[in-house]
Design a protein around this ligand. Structure first.
Ligand SMILES: *[C@@H]1O[C@H](CO)[C@@H](O)[C@H](O)[C@H]1NC(C)=O
Length: 427
């Protein structure tokens, strides 16, 4: 019986030994297999997947879709107009990544793995009109990123896990400017829960950012450091004589360029597409004496837009879409001498009074073009005449609050002759 047991045990041992060697062999084979498979993948990628470059309707295309790309290759031709990079594995857009492609018009980066876009990633893309970033992993983005893409008019951002908090405020504000109607449509918040599925186009800025958030110093610290982008000097011409001048006329700009050299005295931003002036837009150019914003389509000026421009002497806002000035817009302009206001659709209602009174108080400021365009009832009137008619009905015993030292145009002169009949600016 014992002998039998011993024999059986011995046999079992043998069997297990056999299994071990077999396993060892198998493992070795497996490894080799994997290696072989891997090398064939590498080979297949290397051979069969070069990007296609072709010309269609005189424009050069790069088709590099679905190539498992993780970066932008350095050897692509610089005169590409369209770059198709969809369905790759790009995770991060680094500063200056596309700066060689100065004539690029469209950039398709949809269905990648992008979660980070550095602040100067789009540097040099002055001609870019179309940017596709949908189906990525982007949680937050600052509007600053788009300072280098002044021609952008089509931007896809949907299907990204947007975190709708204070950091997203500038982007949301940009998307909601009425003229940006093809930027960021359908993009929705993924976080926080309360805002989930709300569209970035529709969300209110104060839902993103409560007053406390703004004031809480911790939140300010959390914000990514707002590194000012380098001034792109290729955009504008700079002259040193006779006075330091920056000429950015007709450059298709949608914003006041960042980081303008601080010693500039004269800045020409006329004939661009700057539709609104944001707070502290000119804070870093406090030496500025002449600012030309003629022909931009400006419809809104933030009350703090001109803050810090205490040396400004001449401001040209002609041929824009201004209907009035919000209270405060002109308060920092202590040394203003000339204000051009022609060709704006000034609306003669109570909101125009601030501008009128400011000019009246600052009677040494020479201005022109303050004529009612709306409503129909006052069309063609000088704003002065309108404001006076507003108070015409005042009882005669009230005193005028504002001195009669006013730059007179024809209507005013006529009115001046009859002013005894009217009551002036009584409250
Ligand atoms: C006024 O501005 C528009 C663009 O906003 C431009 O097309 C037009 O030429 C400008 N007119 C003058 C007289 O400068």
């Amino acid at each position: 019986m014992q002998v039998v047991t011993i024999i059986i045990l011995l046999l079992l041992c043998k069997a297990s030994d056999f299994r071990k060697t077999r396993n060892r062999n198998l493992r070795k084979n497996e490894k080799e297999n994997i290696l072989r498979r891997a090398s064939s993948t590498v080979k297949r990628n290397a051979q069969a997947q070069p990007c296609d470059i072709y010309v269609y309707l005189h424009e050069k295309y790069l088709d590099c879709q679905e190539r498992k790309l993780v970066f932008v290759a350095p050897d692509w031709p610089e005169d590409l107009k369209h770059m198709l990079l969809a369905r790759n594995r790009i995770r991060k857009l680094k500063n200056n990544m596309f700066s060689k492609y100065k004539v690029l018009k469209s950039l398709d980066l949809q269905q990648n793995d992008i979660s980070k876009i550095e602040s100067q990633a789009f540097f040099g893309l002055n001609k870019l009109t179309t940017l596709l970033l949908q189906h990525n992993q982007i949680k937050s983005l600052s509007e600053e990123i788009f300072i280098y893409t002044p021609s952008l008019n089509y931007l896809r951002l949907y299907d990204n896990p947007w975190h709708c908090n204070c950091e997203l405020e500038t982007l949301v504000t940009m998307l909601q400017v009425p003229t940006n109607r093809n930027l960021g449509n359908y993009a929705k918040c993924a976080y926080p829960i309360e805002l989930k599925n709300q569209k970035l186009k529709q969300i209110k800025a104060d839902q993103l950012c409560s007053e406390e958030d703004r004031q809480d110093p911790r939140n300010i610290k959390q914000k990514p450091e707002a590194t000012k982008p380098e001034f792109d000097s290729s955009l504008c011409h700079m002259y040193v004589f006779p006075v330091p001048t920056l000429n950015c006329k007709r450059k298709d700009l949608k914003k006041v360029p960042g980081n303008i050299p601080p010693d500039i005295i004269k800045l020409d931003l006329s004939n661009n597409k700057i539709r609104q002036l944001r707070p502290k837009e000119f804070e870093d150019v406090s030496e500025l004496k002449i600012l030309n914003l003629n022909s931009n389509g400006i419809s809104y000026i933030d009350p703090a837009a001109f803050s810090g421009l205490s040396n400004l002497e001449e401001l040209d806002l002609s041929n824009n879409s201004l209907q009035n000035f919000e209270y405060g817009v002109l308060e920092d302009l202590y040394f203003l001498k000339v204000l051009w206001l022609r060709e704006n659709p000034w609306r003669c209602d109570y909101n125009i009074h601030y501008l009128f009174y400011w000019l009246k108080h600052h009677y040494n400021v020479h201005y022109n073009g303050l004529e009612c365009k709306m409503p129909e009832e006052y069309k063609g009137w000088s704003v002065g005449k309108y404001v006076r008619s507003y108070y015409e009905e005042c009882p005669k015993d009230k005193l005028p609050i504002y001195p009669e030292t006013f730059d007179l145009d024809k209507d005013d002169e006529e009115w001046e002759r009859h002013k005894e009949n009217f009551c002036l600016f009584c409250i």
